[in-house]
Design a protein around this ligand. Sequence first.
Ligand code: BGC
Length: 419
Amino acid sequence: MTTSTRLLAGLMFGTALTIAGAAQAQVKEVEMVHWWTSGGEAAALNVLKDDLQKKGYSWKDNPIAGGGGAPAMTVLRARLTSGNIPTAVQMLGFDIQEWAEFGVLANLNAVAEKEGWDKVVPQALQRFSKYNGQWVAAPVNVHSTNWVWLNKAQLDKLGGKAPANWDELVALLEKAKGAGIIPIAHGGQLWQDATLFDSVILTTGGGDFYKKAMIDLDPAALSSPTMKTVFERMAVLRSYVDNNFSGRDWNLASAMVIKGEALMQIMGDWAKGEFVNAGKKPDQDFVCIRFPGTQGQVTFNSDQFALFKVGASREEAQAVLASATMNPAFQSAFNVVKGSAPARTDVSDAAFDACGKKAIADLKEANEKGTLYGSMAHGHANKASVKAAMYDVITSHFNRQITTDQAVAQFQKAVAAAK
Ligand code: BGC
């Protein structure tokens, strides 16, 4: 049996079981597979748990650590293969579409139509939440990856001016190094290296180049002189991380900036969840800026709850979860804590701090101007196999296992083989 036939057999087995039990009482429990294991992420998840508890549903937690979600997706595949299907799964972009293609995701159209999701969820998200016109996932937020988080006191010591372009960024990093502060707090993990890459490609080539290379996978763009500059710049960033960066979790890197051990972290706005969870305030304790040279453009990713076909006894729980997720008050409360923007356009920014307000405004602007691009690092530019191929080359190069010329030569070939 191939993996996919085993998988389908497992899913069919699960479905048959639940159909036989259709007359049974509804299971008043939501089991979710997710990778929200940091302090800030757990605090955001508590908003959802409390909300469901009030609605009479208990929470069965299934956390699988690992930013970007690759380990969670591996566990999910194993569970589905054995017919052990969770009520809901945190999922990103193209992964949702791949599962939908398999025909194993539930149909949420009834609740989506009743609540008018089509009118309030941005098209850029619907492109991932819907498959063949059918809602298969409920979007809980919009994150973006082209951010920098700076310790305010350390920035002030270095002159107080946040960098507005690549050269200013390098000048500031150099100053930090000279002052004995770790310039960049980073964790050497595939997805974190790739998160840096999202920003470097956007600032180096601009939005059109980002789209051509990362989304359209244009071979000429992937092997272009611009791509060479991108890898050269990745090597520059590498020279400003500390010696212990290898394998460090992203939230520990955030903590280095929170404590003032490091000047900045280049990371998606889930990092803000860590600052907020530590009681820190924007413009007072930390500063948030778009990655220098990328203001006006956004590389986004949206966490969505993908709901699998679990059978009748858990369909009510799924509908309650989907509806709770899309509730405007919940979207505000959850995303204030998570660091992200709401996944609907009609949620007020009143409860959000300055960085949250900026996230919402930047997103709106990028959406209107056509400068909103799916994040490669977080599964919104291309399918998982292509993402993994890019990750490999980016990380080998970041770790100095291959030269810049080798990286450029390998990049396009690796993508072509994975397409
Ligand atoms: C998810 C975020 C999460 C981050 C780090 C991203 O892929 O979209 O919700 O906080 O990974 O775990």
